[in-house]
Design a protein around this ligand. Structure first.
Ligand SMILES: Nc1ncnc2c1ncn2[C@@H]1O[C@H](COP(=O)(O)OP(=O)(O)OP(=O)(O)O)[C@@H](O)[C@H]1O
Ligand SMILES: [Mg+2]
Length: 256
């Protein structure tokens, strides 16, 4: 007689999507920092990289291992601090391989990352979205039980406009916006003890009002961040801005 193995179901508490209408504003960075902040507070955390054509999560965590497969499905690869990560880049023969797929296939890959990956018991699953309000964000918001969205923006005019689109999309789809994060908010010059607003005046308060959600952090332009992302050591990042993200997330969690 063969013993039939029963697949252990996933048990995921909260799904948080990181979104912006615009590319290159720091969504993946904020997805990583949010996951790290929650992990530091003792939660079980995973990251689903829903950016199928431009995945960057494995790189900034310095992960190259292939996921293991068991009767429960594909296992996310663990980061140095124990965050479970799943990304298309971990499944490609090499990380420079291009994924040239149309919308439906991209949507399928994302739902498979949700359904066929053995996430196990997670308090938080952070979903890193590609830019825009097209196929991938739509699939995530439609097919995954997203309980909150974090919107990322930079202080530029153009960004403000596309962020309003993301806010409208979230509202139209009846999704709760947990908070907003301003990235590349300013550059701090230690010699002058001065903050320079390189990309324009901060829009933190304005965006917080537009989204009807708190401003969780204002992350400066930080050369240390670039270095850590390039070296796959994002988990080593420490800064006052990151501490405020940790504190504000903590407050949100405790308010629930
Ligand atoms: N605060 C910052 N200081 C310095 N560099 C930053 C900062 N935020 C992001 N970067 C750099 O900018 C680039 C884009 O960041 P990131 O990949 O997080 O953006 P994204 O919004 O996810 O982009 P995409 O739309 O392509 O997914 C990265 O190379 C990252 O290292
Ligand atoms: Mg990204």
């Amino acid at each position: 007689m063969t013993e039939e193995k029963v697949k252990i179901p996933n048990n995921i508490g909260n799904v948080i999507a990181i979104m912006s209408g615009k590319g290159g504003v720091g969504k993946s960075l904020v997805a990583a920092l949010t996951a790290i902040a929650l992990k530091k507070q003792g939660f079980n955390v995973g990251i689903l990289d829903a950016d199928i054509t431009g995945p960057s999560i494995p790189k900034i965590f310095g992960i190259t291992e292939k996921p293991e497969v068991s009767e429960n499905g594909m296992h996310p690869v663990k980061s140095k601090t124990g965050i479970g990560i799943m990304s298309i880049n971990l499944l490609l023969p090499n990380e420079d391989e291009a994924v040239i797929w149309r919308g439906p296939l991209i949507g399928k890959a994302i739902t498979e990352f949700w359904e066929d990956v053995y996430w196990g018991n997670l308090d938080y699953l952070i979903v890193d979205l590609p830019p825009g309000t097209a196929d991938a964000p739509l699939t995530v918001l439609n097919s995954l039980p997203v309980s909150g969205i974090i919107i990322v923006f930079t202080p530029q005019d153009l960004t403000a406009m596309v962020v309003r689109k993301a806010v409208n999309m979230a509202k139209k789809m009846d999704k709760h916006i947990l908070g907003v994060v301003e990235n590349m908010s300013y550059l701090y010059i230690p010699e002058l003890d001065k903050k320079m607003e390189i990309f324009g005046k901060s829009r933190g308060e304005e965006m917080s009002q537009t989204a009807g959600a708190p401003l969780l952090a204002q992350i400066p332009i930080d050369i240390e961040l670039v270095k850590l992302c390039d070296e796959g050591k994002i988990e080593e990042y420490e800064s006052p801005a990151f501490n405020s993200l940790i504190q504000n997330l903590n407050q949100l969690i405790n308010k629930k």
